[in-house]
Design a binder for this molecule. Structure first.
Ligand code: SF4
Length: 354
């Protein structure tokens, strides 16, 4: 299907699968991306975001400025990920989560990739399970899906060998699910991966989801060539649509497939809504990671434009919270999670704050 299926036929199958589950609804969220620093001790070969101390584009945000960026009461979710940097270690990062929740107890906190969890654990000489428990205790609602890239040891060695590899990424996510913390998963495609590696990646995620039920969304991320130029140009729109459609069909146990517009680009993201995607992600506020690599989209979209994109795709826009509830309503985020082990927390795991 990834290579040879007639594109529109593949899209129709995926669209039918999406409609069987969600009808014509396509969701979006008013959210903010917060990347406290781009300073990073690693140098992944596909990354244009990371900086070294002294680089002209290096930055580290002040907590007060981060809080100010979340003051808009319409914001439902914060997506908090950053570079791996000693000055943004575990204590400071969790303190930031607590300060955000003191100021905005209604916010859904999606924070810290498995890569960050592993980095925190190594620096603090704790287990990754300990770090996940600390995150839940601080009020984190969900882990983002970044850092998986492609679940391939070949590409791990070739492109990001300083970071955790496929086994460790899956282990940390399954550990989070075991603790009752849901997460997302991603695929970075359009660089040096093979078709076989994409298919393997999807089936490894599917098998993991069969074990835990803890993945909420899958987000295909199209590689931005930027300065790293692993390949000369962006994946074509048909290639992106094939990956989205295939994900919808293979990952029939993961509820949501996102059309993440900063990487797919807005026109392809709109088309993806009729190729199996059911969510346009968020307004973002200030997307930095893809834009550091040259994404040609705006850094944020208005809610009016999000709605317009969904309407132009012939779908019905529905605003959502971080756990896919409608704003103002309360429900569990991932009711199918199989093994929830409660840990002491002032905010119960998986509860949607709005
Ligand atoms: S991808 Fe993440 S870990 Fe790798 S260099 Fe970039 S910021 Fe650092």
């Amino acid at each position: 299907m990834l290579r040879n299926a007639p594109l529109l036929e593949l899209g129709r199958f995926a669209f039918d699968a999406k409609r069987a589950r969600f009808g014509n609804n396509v969701t979006y969220i008013v959210n903010r991306h917060v990347n406290p620093t781009n300073l990073c001790v690693y140098s992944c070969r596909f990354c244009d975001f990371a900086a070294r101390r002294g680089d002209s584009h290096a930055y580290s945000l002040a907590e007060d400025d981060i809080l100010a960026s979340l003051a808009d009461p319409g914001v439902q979710e914060v997506h908090l990920v950053g570079g791996l940097w000693p000055e943004w270690g575990l204590d400071r990062s969790l303190q930031l989560v607590r300060r955000i929740l003191d100021a905005r107890p209604d916010l859904w906190i999606k924070a810290f990739t498995a890569v960050e969890v592993a980095y925190f654990a190594r620096a603090a000489r704790r287990t990754t399970r300990d770090i996940l428990a600390f995150m839940i205790d601080a009020g984190v609602n969900q882990m983002p899906g970044g850092g998986a890239e492609v679940l391939s040891e070949r590409l791990h060695q070739l492109l990001f060998k300083q970071k955790i590899g496929p086994e460790e990424w899956l282990r940390i996510h399954e550990e989070a699910h075991d603790l009752g913390l849901s997460s997302n998963c991603t695929l970075l495609f359009g660089h040096l991966e093979t078709d076989e590696e994409i298919v393997e990646h999807l089936f490894r995620l599917r098998a993991s989801q069969d074990r835990t039920g803890g993945f909420q969304s899958f987000i295909p991320l199209s590689y931005q060539p930027g300065e790293t130029k692993l390949v000369p140009r962006l994946a074509s729109a048909p290639r992106c649509l094939r990956v989205v459609a295939l994900a919808r069909l293979v990952l029939d146990n993961i509820p949501h497939i996102k059309a993440y517009w900063p990487t797919l680009q807005i026109e392809t993201a709109a088309a993806a809504l009729t190729f199996g995607a059911d969510d346009l992600d968020g307004t973002l506020g200030a997307e930095r990671i893809m834009h550091a690599a040259g994404s040609a989209t705006p850094a944020q979209l208005s809610t009016a434009l999000m709605q317009e994109i969904i309407l132009q795709a012939g779908q019905t826009p529905v605003q959502r919270t971080g756990c896919f509830a409608q704003p103002g309503r309360v429900r569990q985020s991932v009711p199918s999670i199989k093994s929830i082990k409660s840990i002491a927390s002032s905010r119960p795991p998986l509860a949607c704050p709005t």
